[in-house]
Write a protein that binds this ligand. Structure first.
Ligand SMILES: [Mg+2]
Length: 123
């Protein structure tokens, strides 16, 4: 069974690149470029993992997390945060993020993190 991943990042070229890489290894991907669309998407469709950029104009990643906290959604959220921004990662975890990866991302590390959070959902 293929897992579905929603990429949320205001950087369109990152969305394209990441979507292509994840599709190549067998994931079904969708992407949106702002927080409002991210919330709309996950409330309307079922996804397994959300890759969420923290820094976006208007509704940022923290606001998306806060908004989604109200709903008991089954998806896991991995936040994308600037390198060494530990404080943001901790704040995101408190709001329900399952894990985080640094930007610029290392694709192999990202795959490991995706597999890890998906395993954690089955127990
Ligand atoms: Mg951004």
């Amino acid at each position: 069974m293929e897992a579905t991943i929603l990429i949320v990042d205001d950087d369109v070229s990152l969305c394209h690149a990441l979507s292509e890489e994840l599709t190549e290894v067998g994931y079904i991907t969708h992407w949106v470029t702002n927080g409002d669309d991210a919330v709309d998407y996950v409330l309307g469709k079922s996804i397994d993992v959300m890759l969420l950029d923290l820094k976006m104009p208007n509704k940022d990643g923290f606001e998306v997390l806060k908004e989604l906290e109200k709903y008991k959604l089954g998806c896991k959220i991995i936040v994308l945060t600037a390198y060494a921004d530990v404080r943001s990662a901790v704040a995101a975890a408190k709001l329900g993020a399952t894990d985080f990866i640094n930007k610029p991302y290392d694709f192999d590390e990202l795959l490991i993190t995706i597999r890890k959070v998906m395993q954690s959902s089955s127990d």
